[in-house]
Design a binder for this molecule. Structure first.
Ligand SMILES: Cc1cc2nc3c(=O)[nH]c(=O)nc-3n(C[C@H](O)[C@H](O)[C@H](O)COP(=O)(O)OP(=O)(O)OC[C@H]3O[C@@H](n4cnc5c(N)ncnc54)[C@H](O)[C@@H]3O)c2cc1C
Length: 362
């Protein structure tokens, strides 16, 4: 039986960055994953603090990016003015292409993940093993939610019955490092520039609304987006991709010698672009725990407990905010619906909703 400290499961952005960290920390690991998915180019809004963290730790820039310095938020085409306390002099987030992240990852020249069809685990007081692969480790770190069931993880998955459309556009008007977020008739649309004249959209809505938008011709779809955002002369550059939206909560206190990171640990609504950022927070917090403590066995219940406690606040905060805004805007919860009928002027004066929006967007 091959022995190692960490069995890392998954082949995605989070697992690959974690691999770079384990290599730097000189921690033995093996990396396995399910058969690879089709890779699509995506853009992510990544927090500048993660860029700083990556550069501080690995002495290399994380990835090329387009900085977003402002965000305008609209309710039914009326602009919500965020109070001064919410605006900041530096970039709010960086629009980053997945291909560019993987360029950086390649630079480290680490072994690629070994593909397996399934995993079966056995836990002992002193180790955890993957039976079919004859691998034994102190700890499993899973980053792929599809493996949660095989690991015996109890996960409460909320299928929101919503989808998000992602597509790239060009614009004749300069976008000037500004993002826009529209809350418009049960749809949430984010306009996320990744160049002065190009942007990505994330449009979330209920299944039937999305089906209708996907069946439209490119021209009609462009008109729809134009109607919401008011940008003139925009053209669709790519096919529309759609993703089902799931939110998940995972029970962690019963897991022995297992840590979950990335989407295996938390799937959140994409309305605020926080999913991958939470995964980056998982890696950074894991690193600081390793640096602060002198554990030789990272599978010890105490270490795992400390890690889970460290991550719980971030996770709960983002989950609460995104699901609350989703309930208010798309699901039409009875409690919040009357609030949505108020004119934007009233919302402008309502500290609660403005604070919620600003906290989650910025
Ligand atoms: C519509 C939508 C928009 C989102 N926008 C944001 C956002 O702006 N900011 C944010 O923080 N979170 C965002 N999220 C959440 C985010 O997608 C997930 O949390 C994140 O993808 C999970 O990370 P992962 O490591 O599991 O990566 P994965 O989802 O597995 O992969 C992410 C990207 O990397 C590529 N990729 C994966 N593995 C490889 C590989 N081995 N080689 C090359 N390429 C590879 C994939 O093709 C994909 O483009 C969004 C989610 C959705 C559904």
């Amino acid at each position: 039986m091959e022995k190692t400290k960490i069995i890392l499961l998954g082949d995605n952005i989070v697992s690959n960055i974690l691999k770079i960290l384990l290599h730097k920390q000189k921690i033995d690991y093996v990396n396995l994953c399910l058969p690879k998915k089709n890779l699509e180019t995506r853009f992510y809004a990544v927090k500048p603090t993660f860029y700083q963290w990556f550069e501080d730790n690995f002495k290399l820039p994380f990835s090329k990016f387009y900085p977003i310095k402002n965000i305008d938020i609209y309710f039914k085409q009326e602009k919500i003015t965020l109070a001064n306390e919410h605006s900041r002099p530096f970039s709010l987030f960086n629009m980053t292409k997945s291909d560019d992240i993987f360029q950086t990852i390649k630079h480290f020249n680490l072994d690629t993940a070994i593909e397996v069809n399934d995993i079966k685990v056995k836990t002992d007081i002193n180790y955890i093993s993957l039976i079919d692969q004859s691998i034994q480790g102190d700890l499993i770190i899973n980053t792929d939610h599809r493996l949660n069931e095989s690991l015996g993880v109890t996960e409460k998955v909320d299928n929101t019955q919503e989808f998000a459309i992602v597509a790239f556009f060009s614009s004749k008007t300069s976008l000037e490092n500004k993002a826009h977020q529209y809350f418009y008739h049960n749809q949430i649309l984010a306009i996320l520039p990744f160049d002065d004249n190009k942007f990505s959209i994330v449009l979330s809505a209920k299944n039937d609304v999305i089906e209708n938008l996907l069946s439209q011709s490119d021209q009609n779809f462009e008109k729809n987006i134009q109607k919401i955002c008011g940008l003139s002369s925009i053209s669709l550059l790519t096919e529309r991709q759609s993703y089902p939206i799931f939110q998940s909560k995972v029970k962690k206190n019963n897991l022995s010698r297992i840590i979950l990171m990335g989407d295996a640990s938390h799937r959140v609504h994409p309305l605020a672009g926080q999913g991958l950022n939470l995964g980056f927070g998982d890696i950074a917090d894991f690193n600081s725990l390793i640096n602060q403590s002198s554990y030789h066995d990272y599978g010890k219940a105490n270490f795992i407990k400390k890690y889970n406690i460290k991550r719980a606040a971030d996770e709960m905060f983002i989950h609460y905010l995104t699901s609350t805004i989703d309930a208010m805007m798309i699901k039409q919860g009875d409690f919040f619906q009357p609030l949505m009928k108020l004119p934007a002027k009233v919302i402008n004066n309502s500290n609660l909703i403005k604070k919620l929006l600003a906290e989650v967007m910025i």
